[in-house]
Structure formats: structure tokens, C-alpha cells
Ligand binder design. Structure first.
Ligand SMILES: C[S@@+](CC[C@H](N)C(=O)[O-])C[C@H]1O[C@@H](n2cnc3c(N)ncnc32)[C@H](O)[C@@H]1O
Length: 275
């Protein structure tokens, strides 16, 4: 990391991942990891028992194309339970994907609303039972204000759920290389600290997963470049040879001992209940 930091300090900032390339490289990255499949199982299994039996109002923040939300919405809208599910997503094409994916669920109990915009500007019509952020808190300008905004939307007893990566080797890399956006990259530790400061009942679980870097380590200019782009949160095509070399050394050292192509890709799920 020391050598990588030195190489980065001597080079220009990398270009941002924006719009279409963000969504495209995100899809490639998720396809290289077993984390999403675990989330798609964990959330529909663990959240419904925490939410009671009545009708529900759910707000998903930064829902992307709805890949994680669809199984959760389907699990919640069972046994004739009415579910109002709002998905907030500023990237228009991803928001359209969310709408299509949730709209195609075969249940008569689900009402889906898509908000193609940022969370900061959203004001809900009524109080929610669940507000969740799956891999989206990193990007918020002000983490404390975002959590307060979400907590204010919840009814007493409602749940705030954050699925955010801990500040471990992959997040440390993103923090270093992403051109970021006027604030630090918020990680799971920041979320739990903010929630603890609000004296809420909070519990967390770390889900282990692995990101298969495939050819990234041996042929970093190859077809896996979108995976590398999303991993560092920037376009890597213009990366200097020195930074690239140190990046590959860092990733090689971060890899799982028994499986040199795979780096640990954990996610921390934190749940807070509003009193
Ligand atoms: C890593 S993706 C996660 C998408 C989805 N939750 C999933 O796990 O597949 C992060 C998402 O957060 C969205 N996002 C970024 N800033 C946001 C904001 N201010 N309000 C709401 N969503 C935001 C991005 O557009 C992106 O789709």
C-alpha cells in the first residue's frame, strides 16, 4: 500500500466513472463476485420476520436495476400482504431497469413507485416500515444528514438497513484511487459509528464473499477492465504503468491464500430499529 500510495501521489487523478459506464462496470463487477447472490438470499430470508405481518411501506435507496430489490419485494408481498415499494435511483437507465424488474413480479399485492432522482430531494408521502441502502451510502455527500433523513421517514419500530462494505483492502483501494466527490468514501464503520451516536438499537452481520479477479491480475488491460474500473471507482485506461503495477501487486497480496485469483469481498449489513 505504501508503494501504491507513492505511485498515486506522483500521478494525475483518474477520470470519474459516470453514467452508463458506472452501471456497465458495476454489472461486470457483480458478475465476478458471489456477494450479490448471498444478498439476494439473505435479505428476503432475514428481513421479513423483523417486519411483522401487516401491510408494509418500503423505500430502497440507490436501487440500481433492482436486482437485489426484486427478491426482497417478492418475499415481502406474500400471504396477501400489501406492499408499497419505492425505489430511488438517480441513474435513469438503472431506474428504468428497476421499474421493469419489479413490475414483472407476479404478485397482485405489490405497488411499485420509481423515483428517478437523488435521495436528498425525496420526501415520502407517509412513514415507512423499512428504508434500505444496499451499496449506496458510499456516495452520499453528508452521511449523518442522509441517515437522519432516512430515520425521519420511519415509523416507530421501523428498520433502517445498510449493506455497506467495511474499510478493508478493496474499500481502501477505492478510497485511494476514486476521484471521489468532495467527501470521503463512507464505509460500514462510519455507518455504525453514526448510528451508535444516535443511541439506536443496532445490530450488524458481516457476510463473507469473494471477488474473482479472473484475468485482471495477469492481463490488466484485457476484457476484465470494467471489473477493475468498478473496483477502484474510476476509469483505469489512463492509469500510469507504475500505478497499475503497484495496484496488481496490492491485489495479488490481498488475494485469498488458497485461491490466488480471488480477493475477499465482505459486506456488513447493519440494522437499526427506530424506538
Ligand atoms: C453500487 S450501486 C448499488 C445498486 C443496487 N443497490 C445493487 O446493489 O445492485 C449504487 C447505486 O447508488 C446510486 N446512487 C448514487 N448516489 C445516490 C443518491 N444521492 N441517491 C440515491 N441513489 C444514489 C447509484 O446511481 C447506483 O445505482
Amino acid at each position: 500500500m505504501h508503494q501504491l500510495r507513492q505511485a498515486v501521489a506522483g500521478s494525475s487523478a483518474l477520470p470519474d466513472l459516470s453514467g452508463v459506464h458506472y452501471a456497465y462496470s458495476h454489472a461486470a463487477y457483480e458478475a465476478a463476485s458471489d456477494q450479490r447472490a448471498s444478498l439476494q438470499t439473505w435479505l428476503p430470508r432475514e428481513l421479513p420476520p423483523l417486519l411483522g405481518a401487516g401491510p408494509l411501506r418500503v423505500i430502497g435507496v440507490g436501487v440500481g436495476d433492482g436486482s437485489v430489490d426484486a427478491p426482497l419485494a417478492a418475499a415481502l408481498a406474500t400471504n396477501h400482504r400489501q406492499v408499497e415499494y419505492v425505489g430511488i435511483e438517480p441513474h435513469a437507465a438503472s431506474a428504468a431497469g428497476f421499474e421493469a424488474r419489479l413490475g414483472s413480479l407476479d404478485t397482485g399485492c405489490l405497488t411499485v413507485t420509481t423515483v428517478a432522482g437523488a435521495f436528498d430531494d425525496y420526501e415520502p408521502a407517509g412513514s415507512a416500515d423499512l428504508v434500505h441502502f444496499v451499496h449506496s451510502l458510499y456516495y452520499m455527500n453528508d452521511l449523518g444528514a442522509t441517515l437522519d433523513h432516512a430515520l425521519a421517514m420511519l415509523r416507530p419500530g421501523g428498520l433502517l438497513v445498510s449493506a455497506t462494505a467495511p474499510r478493508e483492502p478493496l474499500c481502501v483501494l477505492t478510497e485511494l484511487l476514486s476521484p471521489c466527490v468532495g467527501h470521503r468514501l463512507w464505509c460500514a464503520e462510519d455507518v455504525t459509528e453514526e448510528l451508535a451516536a444516535r443511541r439506536l438499537e443496532v445490530w450488524s452481520e458481516t457476510m463473507l464473499a469473494g471477488l474473482d479477479l479472473g484475468d485482471v491480475l495477469t492481463a490488466p488491460h484485457g476484457t476484465d477492465e470494467p471489473v477493475l474500473d468498478f473496483l477502484v471507482g474510476a476509469r483505469t485506461a489512463t492509469m500510469t504503468a507504475e500505478v497499475r503495477e503497484q495496484l496488481i501487486v496490492y491485489l495479488t497480496e490481498a488475494a485469498v491464500f488458497s485461491n490466488p485469483g480471488v480477493v475477499p469481498h465482505p459486506i456488513e449489513i447493519t440494522i437499526a430499529r427506530v424506538p
